[in-house]
Design a protein around this ligand. Structure first.
Ligand SMILES: [Zn+2]
Length: 71
């Protein structure tokens, strides 16, 4: 079963089978967070939609990290 991971740094969606750790294939960031997107959903999205989703999710991840650092 393929899963989608998102790099919050360069907003790249990385498709990978479920492993312990997935690295970004573009910038090399380690341990990418997993998205709720299924492969089926992803495959039905246009390239534009994917980028929109990646941008939105990356911002959510960044905001979550900032909150975690503050507390
Ligand atoms: Zn990256």
């Amino acid at each position: 079963m393929m899963k989608l991971y998102l790099c919050p740094d360069c907003k790249r969606l990385v498709l990978a089978s479920r492993r312990a750790a997935v690295d970004c294939t573009r910038c090399g960031r380690k341990n990418l967070p997993i998205t709720k997107l299924s492969f089926l959903e992803y495959s039905e999205m246009s390239e534009e939609k994917r980028q929109e989703y990646a941008k939105f999710q990356a911002r959510k991840i960044k905001e979550g990290q900032r909150k975690a650092e503050e507390t």
